[in-house]
Design a protein around this ligand. Sequence first.
Ligand code: GRF
Length: 192
Amino acid sequence: MSKNTPVAIFASGTGSNFEAIVQADLPCEIVMLVCDKLNAPVIEKAKNMNIPTLVLNPKRFLNKAAYEEKILFELKKVQVEWIFLAGYMRLIGDTLLEIFDKRIINIHPSLLPEFPGKDAIQQAFNEGVSITGISVHYVDEGMDTGTLIRQEKLPVHPGETLKELTERIHKLEHKLYPEVIAELLLQKSNRH
Ligand code: GRF
């Protein structure tokens, strides 16, 4: 199988999912990290793994469209076909959505539509749910509202702390996200 499909990962934070995707044996080449936070730890991770970075401060652009035009310009240069969001803390606008129709994917640490938005693990924990989980979905203009691709459940252990639950969720994410990415890329190459 060709490893040549160029993809980009968008992230704003720690980058543990970014790392898991880069380390997985996937039928794609990660040609760029796009990051909107100048000091995000994910940038260092990308440098250590020899992944080119595009780090932009959105506040320096007139509006979201101008910011995304710049990203699009850079993505086109390296012929990016898919965008995988991994802790990218920003809504995607029309500029990217129109070009990457059904080619922008996100992972979210809850069983959507429950607990969208920030601090989803904590939201579920505070609510006292007995089962939580992870969702991988297509990205639309809303906050974690796109069509679901895959969900995996994770029971909350009695007496478990938020830290312990968070660690288990992340561990599952690092396994699930590369798996789903591989499936999507395979489906696409089978259609051609
Ligand atoms: C993950 O929990 C992901 O599901 C959510 O943001 C978090 C990013 O974590 N969208 P990391 O930066 O990949 O460690």
